[in-house]
Design a protein around this ligand. Structure first.
Ligand code: ATP
Ligand code: MG
Length: 256
């Protein structure tokens, strides 16, 4: 199982959309088995797959809190074959507090140790992170082989990129093998500013920038209303086309 974190400290830049559509496309178009972990108390990804329950304690919170948990007990099937999810809700907040105050045992490798239990069951695990570096995101990074940074081409996002790459460097003390797979430009709209920002990214930034951008498409927010992955909701919209191409690039890059 290859574990990939979607990471950006900025909110609303397409982490969840990328986690959802990449996972779905890997199962339907590439015959892969995928485990999706919702690592955000907002529970957007859990809601999208209609598995959100505000009082359910069997989710990412338990993955973080309970050292003896049997991970299979936390996994829920989605309505899509080969796509399973560990859901999140507000319980994740109290689990984070508990872990932070637990000075008796190690705090950062709760996810890593437990995900090993299911590593033979899935080809990929995607962790849809909150826009912060809390204890649950540190755990995600310690369990991840790589990080994808979704990014929108405005000045603020580019500022955040430096902090993100430094954070991943710091995590290497705890997880030496982690690497940044690349930055993925999301909700792309062509104008002078985005062209200049992309030029800067592709020439001056030290990270790999996926060739494929995800174009802005109104269908994306509508698809969240209908709870359908883009390939199902509107196969021909620009973002659906781009996510299919992105997944292909992601797979090819992984096989290099
Ligand atoms: N390619 C796109 N085209 C148009 N809208 C998009 C696109 N990608 C994402 N969006 C919209 O942007 C908003 C934020 O997307 P998403 O929830 O994936 O971001 P996020 O980074 O996970 O946010 P958060 O940090 O709050 O979890 C949503 O309303 C989504 O519909
Ligand atoms: Mg999100």
């Amino acid at each position: 199982m290859k574990t990939t974190s979607l990471l950006n400290l900025k909110g609303g830049i397409g982490k969840s959309q990328t986690a959802i559509n990449t996972s779905y496309n890997l199962t339907t178009l590439h015959n892969k088995k995928v485990l999706l972990i919702d690592n955000d108390i907002q529970g957007n990804t859990s809601k999208f797959f209609k598995r959100y329950n505000p009082i359910d304690t069997k989710g990412t919170a338990e993955l973080l809190r309970n050292k003896a948990v049997y991970v299979k007990d936390l996994i829920k099937h989605t309505e899509y074959e080969n796509l399973d999810i560990i859901t999140a809700n507000m319980h994740l907040e109290s689990a984070m507090m508990e872990v932070t105050f637990d000075k008796e045992s190690s705090q950062h490798d709760r996810f890593r140790e437990k995900l090993e239990q299911v590593s033979d069951l899935y080809d990929y695990c995607f962790i849809d992170n909150a826009p912060s570096i809390g204890m649950q995101v540190i755990n995600a990074l310690c369990a991840s082989d790589e990080v994808i940074i979704p990014i929108q081409l405005d000045n603020w996002s580019l500022d955040g990129l430096e902090i993100l790459t430094k954070t991943v460097e710091q995590i290497k003390i705890l997880n030496n093998d982690i690497k940044i797979a690349g930055c993925l430009i999301t909700a792309y709209q062509k104008n002078e500013m985005t062209e200049a920002a992309e030029e800067w990214l592709r020439t001056q930034c030290n990270q790999y920038i996926f060739n494929q951008r995800i174009r802005f498409s109104k269908k994306v927010s509508t698809s969240t209303y209908y709870n359908q992955p883009l390939d199902l909701f509107s196969k021909r919209c620009a973002a659906a086309v781009d996510y299919r191409r992105f997944v292909k690039e992601y797979l090819e890059r992984g096989e290099v």
